[in-house]
Design a protein around this ligand. Structure first.
Ligand code: GRF
Length: 201
C-alpha cells in the first residue's frame, strides 16, 4: 500500500480514475492528500466527496515560488506521502519538492513525449497534423515534460477529429494508464536506469 499525494489544478478526472481504481481494488494505494493551486478546482470536490483530505494552497499568498513549493513539500511530508502524483497540475513543480522526492514524482502528459510538450499538447499535435498522438506517464524533473518515461499509449488521430473529440479519447487512455502505472509502483515493478525505466513482469 503506497501513500499518494495528488497535485491538481482543475477537473480532476484522472484523480477520479485513481480513486476509482483504489475503490475497486486494482490499485493498492491510499490518497492521503490532494493539493490544488486553484481554489475552484473541481478535483478538490471530488476528493472531499470521497473523504480524502483536500487542500488549496494559494501561490499568491507566498513571497516567492520557492516559499510556495516549500509549503507544498511541508504538506506532503506532514501527510507522510511516499509518491507525488501530478494529475493536471498546470504549474512547474519546484526543486523544493523534487529534491524531497527523487524519482518519486510522476507526471501525466497528453501527448507522446518528447513531441508536443507544454500546456497545449493535444491541440499542438492536432494542429501539427500527426496521425498518431497519445499519452505519456513520466517521472518529473525540473524541466516541464522532460523526465524519464515510464509508459506511453498511442492514440490514433481520426480525419474528422476536433480538439474535443481527440481530447476525449486521450482522457480515456489516461484514465486506464495512470492507475496501472501506479500499481506497478505499488508492486515495486519499476527499475530506473538513467533515462530508461524498466517494468519487471
Ligand atoms: C490531462 O489531460 C493531463 O494529461 C494534463 O492535464 C489533464 C488533466 O485532466 N496534464 P484532469 O484534471 O485529470 O481531468
Amino acid at each position: 500500500m503506497i501513500r499518494l499525494g495528488v497535485l491538481i489544478s482543475g477537473g480532476g478526472s484522472n484523480l477520479q480514475a485513481i480513486i476509482d481504481a483504489i475503490v475497486v481494488g486494482t490499485l493498492d494505494a491510499e490518497i492521503v492528500t490532494v493539493i490544488s493551486n486553484k481554489e475552484d478546482a473541481f478535483g478538490l470536490e471530488r476528493a472531499r466527496k470521497s473523504g480524502i483530505r483536500a487542500v488549496f494552497v494559494d501561490p499568491a499568498t507566498f513571497d516567492s515560488a520557492s516559499d510556495y513549493n516549500i509549503a507544498l513539500r511541508d504538506e506532503l511530508q506532514a501527510q507522510e506521502v511516499e509518491y507525488v502524483v501530478m494529475a493536471g497540475y498546470m504549474k512547474l513543480l519546484g526543486v523544493e519538492v523534487l529534491d524531497a522526492y527523487p524519482t518519486r514524482v510522476l507526471n501525466l502528459h497528453p501527448a507522446l513525449l518528447p513531441s508536443f510538450p507544454g500546456a497545449q499538447g493535444i491541440n499542438d499535435a492536432l494542429e501539427y497534423g500527426v496521425k498518431v498522438t497519445g499519452i505519456t506517464v513520466h517521472f518529473a524533473d525540473e524541466v516541464f515534460d522532460r523526465g524519464p518515461i515510464i509508459a506511453q499509449t498511442a492514440v490514433e488521430v481520426f480525419e474528422d477529429d476536433t480538439v474535443d473529440s481527440l481530447a476525449e479519447r486521450i482522457h480515456q487512455a489516461e484514465h486506464k494508464l495512470y492507475p496501472k502505472v501506479l500499481q506497478w509502483i505499488a508492486q515495486e515493478k519499476l527499475v530506473v536506469e538513467g533515462r530508461r525505466v524498466h517494468v519487471r513482469r
